[in-house]
Design a protein around this ligand. Structure first.
Ligand SMILES: [Fe+2]
Ligand SMILES: [Fe+2]
Length: 214
């Protein structure tokens, strides 16, 4: 089928559809099989299952934020190559979102109730970053992915040892996030000046504390 250039109205409609499905926790579809496929779902003691669900809910919300950030950036990116790169990264985040969503269900839990709020805030941050210029926008990608990669490493330390399914998902996400960051760096990202990285760390700290519980 022949493809055509999206008009501004098409792009607005695509973003509204993405925002509604991601922010409102419509079950996402992964392109790649879950890294947990084929791994036994070992029974966990109650408290470990609740803890694992809290951590995977945090990761799920993190992926909602990543989708929103990249979509916001892509919506106002000036350069077509930058926009394509952002949309490709957003598509891989959909895999992560779907894997986390599935694992949450297996752990008898659900996504954060505040996801629509986090989606809106992250989309706005992405759009503002991209309004500055594309290299600043890519700088946000690098810093975000660097922080997420470190955060996932921490989760690999504190997830229950017997929760091999969650661990496999988090480990693959960590590999993907490192690649997203490197791609953005290779594409000409600038290093974000202080205090932006610190503010980003603070905002994600609030998100994690809330999403672990609610
Ligand atoms: Fe991700
Ligand atoms: Fe990523």
């Amino acid at each position: 089928m022949a493809s055509r250039e999206l008009t501004p109205l098409d792009r607005v409609l695509v973003e509204i559809e993405r925002a509604l499905s991601t922010g409102l926790n419509v079950t996402p579809h992964a392109e790649r099989a879950s890294p947990a496929a084929g791994i036994d779902d070992a029974p966990l003691p109650d408290w470990e299952q609740r803890h694992a669900a809290g951590l995977m809910r945090v990761n799920h919300t993190g992926e909602v934020c990543a989708q929103a950030l990249y979509s916001g950036q892509a919506a106002v990116a000036r350069d077509t190559a930058t926009r394509d790169q952002l949309l490709k990264a957003a598509a891989e985040e959909t895999d992560h979102l779907a894997w986390c969503d599935e694992r949450l269900k297996e752990l008898s839990s659900r996504p954060s109730l505040f996801n629509p709020l986090w989606y809106a805030g992250s989309f706005a941050i992405g759009a503002v970053a991209a309004l500055m210029n594309d290299r600043v926008s890519l700088g946000f990608v690098v810093e975000t992915e660097r922080q997420v990669e470190a955060h996932l490493g921490r989760h690999l330390e504190i997830l229950p040892q017997d929760d091999a399914r969650s661990r496999a998902i988090v480990a693959q996400m960590q590999v993907d996030e490192a690649r997203h960051g490197q791609n953005a760096l290779d594409a000409g990202a600038v290093t974000l000046p202080p205090p932006i990285p610190t503010l980003m760390r603070f905002a994600s700290g609030v998100m994690k504390a809330v999403a672990y519980r609610i």
